[in-house]
Structure formats: C-alpha cells, structure tokens
Design a protein. Structure first.
Length: 642
C-alpha cells in the first residue's frame, strides 16, 4: 500500500470552513449586534410577562412624567408607561418584519436559485417578471393593500415581501450562476446527483452569505416602512401600542416634552442600525470565507469549422465516438470540435493527447453530456455500450453519470465542496448511486476510501477537504467516481496538479482499480510519460480534430503525424540533461483562426502546397492506426499504405 505525505496546513482554506454563524459571532461587531437583536426580540416576545404595566393603562396622575423609579422610561400624554408600550409595540413591529422577510425568502429563494442554476427559459421568464415587479410603485401598492384589507399590517408586510423579492431574487441568481461554475458543483452533477440535490447541497450553501445580507438589509428597510405606515395611522388603530404610533404621539407634543420621542426613536434607530450592521458583518465574513476558499472556477473561453470522419460506430466497443462536432450557440456559431472520432474497448485505457486548446476537455465533456452552457453537439454520434447517448436529455444522462460513466478532474480539491466532511461527500454519492442511506452509506463510503488506498479512512472521513493533501483529495475524488462501479472513467488530467511522486501513486491506483474492475479509462493528458505508463491506445488531437490514433506501443517509435512527432520531441522525457527542449514553433490556432486544409501546416516542416488546399482525409495506416496527414508516407519512410 502506498503512503501519502501528511497534508500541509492551509490556514486560508480553514476559514472557508468555519460556520458562517460562528464567524459572525466571533467578530466583536457581530457579537454586539446579535446580542442586541436577541435581547430585543426576547424582551418583546416576553412583553406580557415582563412589561411593568398594561400598555393601555392610563395613569393620569403621572402624565408625561419623564424617567423615574416607577416609570423607567417615563409616560406619555395619557400617563401610559412608555417601556411597556415599547415592549408590546415591538411585538407587532418585529412580527411584521418577520412576515415580510419570510415572504421575501419564500418567493426569492427558489426562483433565484432555479433561475441561476437552470438558466434558459425559466431564467428569462423569472428575470422579466422581476423587472416588472421592480417597476411597480411600492407605496401605492401598500396603501391599496391596507385599504383593501382593513388596515391589516400582516397583508401589507406580505405584499412588501413580494415586492421586495425581485431584488433578492437577482442577487441569489447571480450567486447561483457563480456557484454553477464551481468544480465541485460540476463534480456533483458528474456523480449523478439530481438537480434538486445539487441545488440544496452545493449551490444553496454558496449563496447563504448573500441571502443573509440581503434579508437583514431588507429587515431594516421593512422596519422603517412599517414605522412610517403606523406613524401615518395606517396600521392598527389607536390605542394599540405600535412604535410608529408612539413616534406620532411624541411628535404631537414635541415642543412641550421632547423626551417622549427618545425611547421609541432610539429603539427604532438602533434596531434598523442592528439589522443593517448584521448585513455588513455577514458581508465581511463571507468575503473572507470566499477569498479563502480554493479558486475553482471553470475557465471559460471564447473560441470555426471543417470536416472528415470515419464510418459507423463500432458496436463491439464500450464507447464509440463518430464525427462528433461541437459548436457554440448564438447567431454566429463557432465550431470547437470537428468530426472527432475514436473508440474505447471495455477495460482499455486510451490517452487523449494534445496541446492546450486542442479540444481534449471539450471531447471528454461531450462524452459525459456536460458541455458548457453555451456549447452543443451539432453533429455526430456518441455510442455507449451499443446505445447512442448524444440525444439523451439531462435526466436520462444522469442515470448514466456516476453509475456507468464517471469523471475526475485535474483539480481534485476544487471538486470537493469545502463545507462538508470527506465522509459526508462520499456518502452523498453512495446515496445517489446505490440508494442506501445512513450507516450503510457511511460504511460503503469508508470501504471506498479504503479501496483507493487511503490510510486510516475513518479518520480521513472526519476531515474537511482543506485538511487533506492534493494527492489524498484526488484519491477521494476517485473514490467518489468509482462509487457507482462505472464501466468508463474519464480522467481529465488527473495528475497535473500533483507532485511527481504523488502522480505516480495516483497512476498506480488507477491502473490497479482498472484491473480489478475491468474499467475503461479515457485519460486526458499532456504528458507522454503518463501515456507510456498506463495507456494502451493514444488519440492525438489538434485544433478540434483527431489527427492520429495509434496503439501506445507504436506511437513512440513511429508517429504517423508530424504533430505527434513534434509533441514527442518537445516532451521533457525526450530531452537529455543540458539539452534545450525542442518546443514546437507557434501555437495551436484558436477556433476563430482554423485555416483551410491541414491545421498544423503552418507549424509543420513537411508541409507542402497541397496541405493547405482542402480538408485532409483520415488515412488508415495499419490495424488500429489512423492519420490525418497527406505526407504520412514520407513521415513513415514510405511504409504507409492506404
Ligand atoms: N465555453 C466555451 N465557449 C467557447 N469556447 C470554448 C469554451 N470552452 C472551451 N472553448 C474553446 O474550445 C477549444 C478547446 O478547449 P478545450 O478546453 O477542450 O481544450 P483542451 O485541449 O482541453 O485544453 P487544456 O489542456 O488547456 O484544458 C479552445 O479553443 C477553447 O478556447
């Protein structure tokens, strides 16, 4: 069994995992604000028990008495105790705030999350409705509601919550859009979790900060609006105790007794301030947390067309990709993959090689049905175990993903949601793919961690992702990927982010898992060493096309495409100490700049005029060998035949 280096501590990521509530309470401002709000809410809730007087009782012998031992905050013009009225008035004021905030969350939360996560038509409709709601004059609507519902403050607060929801909905949508790009959200989808599970477990927690901030600011505004309405006598009629009503009473005698305004005015101001400050504290704490979280955004790039291909999909293959083309959406679609084709047999490891921007990741994502939102398959077929899968809807694809086809990425740490313990993350996938729950799911999670050779899996299951090393994180990602016993594992540069020793360990692990389970692997890599180590076949991609397919054992000695040859020569393994690496001059053309004819011609020393005249056909060189090169005979020394 291989041993793993101890994880290096990552203080920054540590902060990302401390609970939001705990972080707020740890900050002095947060603690003061929360303490104030808790005391206020408790005092108002317990008003019937703790208020010294009946809020309506008039003590005509002590009218406008000012603070005293009997009346701590004094009395009003009718001799009513101000403290008792404040406590009782707070009940209706805070209840009104609660009603408005709950309504706000009920409307904005699901709509914003779904609009951001699902996008498409739902998003467009939700955004249009939000715009309409935002343009509605709030005060007029509130006055109308109050007059229709007989001055019912509850109706007014519910209406205010609905009207305010469009702002929060947009904020949540934005946060969900960002969360959707997180690798751990993609990883959860790859593991076969349903949309609801992904939203609730992974997207919602990411939006939590934004939600609390907006809700507390909204609470502050609501309190202001509600006080204004009761001040104008649009709420519960006198003599009911309301904060706004107390301000109105005090305002009418302000010239004779200014003190009467102080208790209600200070309470309202402090409460509005506390709600506002709470939002600020949560914003600061969230900013620290997200700055500390691992950078895991998926790179998005902007990226034109041509063709060639091979006949029918091979039916005896586990995976058969034929003439697969992918393009961006929009008025001027841009082709990113052009008639890509290859096969993978059961239990085979195929290396997908090429420089950055060749289309390797796009190919892998097309196979697993998770193309970026702005891209779609425009032609071709992906046949998995005899069945075409390219037209499957997301629901049907989810049944395949995680169970029959799984994927691991080059950023294992970013693929693990920092808010959950390792055991919980693995058990979540087990629940999704095996349908087992509770202790059984946990036991299977431990078994999987043991299968990927993690020493002391029980202890590791209790750790958070930031508490383990990159190599161990990749093992955890592999454990999650093999939970559904997939027949095909797509590994997108699984060792790129790891140091050399750990790389070798992970490759050994993949090889042994593959042998134990007869699992096929599509290994996306830049590294010829990795190809030599684990692959049986290699598919070389360049500028969105497959330019060569060869058995791994042959390609090193007899590359059948000048690009493959250049890639091999530029590989560090082929460079002796003290020699300069023979870098390939130029760079891979972006999809906007794909030339007519051979896309590698401008960088190729064998290129001749014919190479740039038209689409280059794929040539069958020998059993299992294909090349998209007109000069392949010259390259192979005249050995190649049609
Ligand atoms: N969402 C997208 N929208 C438009 N173009 C994209 C998008 N994603 C990738 N591309 C473009 O598609 C081409 C292929 O990208 P892909 O990520 O598949 O390359 P790759 O070979 O995997 O590179 P790397 O090794 O750097 O990951 C690139 O030109 C890239 O800029």
């Amino acid at each position: 069994m291989t041993t793993l280096p101890e994880p290096a501590p990552r203080p920054a990521a540590n902060a990302a995992n401390t609970g939001l509530v705990r972080s707020v309470l740890r900050s002095p401002r947060g603690a003061i604000v929360v303490a104030f709000l808790v005391v206020l809410i408790l005092a108002c809730a317990l008003a019937p028990l703790i208020a010294p007087y009946d809020p309506l009782a008039q003590h005509l012998s002590a009218v406008r008495s000012g603070p005293s031992g009997s009346y701590w905050l004094g009395t009003d013009s009718l001799g009513r105790d101000l403290l008792s009225r404040l406590l009782h008035g707070g009940r209706s004021s805070l209840l009104g705030v609660l009603e408005a905030v709950v309504t706000l969350l009920i409307v904005a939360l699901p709509t914003g999350l779904l609009a951001g996560y699902l996008g498409g038509t739902f998003d467009r409709i939700a955004m249009r409705v939000a715009e309409v709601v935002m343009s509605v004059p709030v005060v007029i609507i509130l006055l109308a509601v109050l007059s229709i519902f007989n001055h019912s403050m509850t109706s007014a607060m519910i209406a205010f919550g609905v009207l305010g929801s469009s702002g929060l909905m947009r904020v949540i949508r934005g946060a969900a859009l960002t969360a959707r790009e997180e690798l751990y959200v993609t990883a959860a989808e790859l593991m076969g979790l349903s949309r609801l599970q992904v939203v609730v477990r992974h997207v919602l927690p990411r939006c939590r900060g934004a939600i609390i901030i907006q809700a507390s600011l909204f609470a502050a505004v609501t309190l202001g609006v509600q006080t204004g309405l009761t001040f104008l006598s649009l709420g519960p009629p006198p003599p009911a105790a309301t904060w706004g009503g107390m301000v109105a009473d005090a305002a009418s005698v302000f010239n004779q007794d200014a003190w009467m305004l102080v208790p209600p005015g200070a309470t309202i101001a402090l409460t509005v301030l506390a709600f506002g400050l709470l939002g600020d504290v949560v914003r600061d704490v969230s900013a620290e947390k997200y700055a500390a979280a691992p950078a895991s955004r998926r790179k998005r790039r902007t990226g034109t067309p041509e063709t060639a291909g091979r006949p029918e999909p091979a039916t005896d293959m586990l995976l058969s990709v034929r003439d697969l083309s992918v393009a961006t959406d929009g008025e001027r679609p841009l082709t990113l993959l052009d008639a890509v084709g290859f096969d993978i047999a059961a239990g085979e490891t195929v290396g997908l090689v090429g420089e950055s921007g060749s289309g390797k990741t796009m190919t892998a994502r097309a196979v697993i049905g998770l193309l970026p939102g702005n891209c779609r398959i425009t032609s071709g077929r992906v046949v998995f175990d005899g069945s075409p899968v390219q037209d499957l809807d997301q629901r049907a694809f989810r049944k395949l993903r995680g169970r029959r086809i799984a994927m691991i990425s080059q950023e294992p740490m970013a693929a693990l949601d920092p808010s959950f313990r390792i055991g919980s993350l693995v058990a979540e996938v087990v629940r999704a793919v095996d349908g087992i729950k509770g202790k059984a799911a946990h036991a299977r999670a431990i078994e999987l961690l043991r299968m990927v050779e993690i020493p002391d899996p029980e202890a590791v299951a209790r750790r958070f992702p930031h508490q383990i090393s990159g190599g161990m994180a990749q093992r955890v990602a592999i454990a999650m990927a093999i939970a559904g016993r997939p027949e095909l594992l797509i590994a997108d540069e699984p060792t790129t982010a790891l140091d050399v020793t750990v790389q070798a360990e992970i490759l050994d692990l993949l090889r042994s898992l593959q042998q134990q389970n007869n699992m096929a692997i599509l290994l996306v890599t830049h590294d010829w060493g990795v190809v030599a180590d684990v692959c049986t076949k290699v598919v070389v991609m360049y500028a969105g096309q497959v330019v060569e397919t060869a058995p791994a054992g042959e390609v090193f000695d007899r590359p059948a495409h000048p690009y493959t040859r250049s890639l091999l020569l530029s590989s560090p393994e082929n460079t002796h100490v003290g020699e300069r690496i023979q870098a390939i001059p130029g760079s891979v053309p972006t999809p906007q700049r794909w030339p007519a004819g051979c896309r590698f011609a401008s960088r190729c020393d064998l290129a001749q005029p014919g190479c740039t005249e038209g689409a280059i056909p794929v040539k069958d060189i020998s059993e299992g060998r294909l090349s998209r090169c007109l000069r392949v005979d010259t390259l192979l020394g005249g050995e190649a035949r049609r």
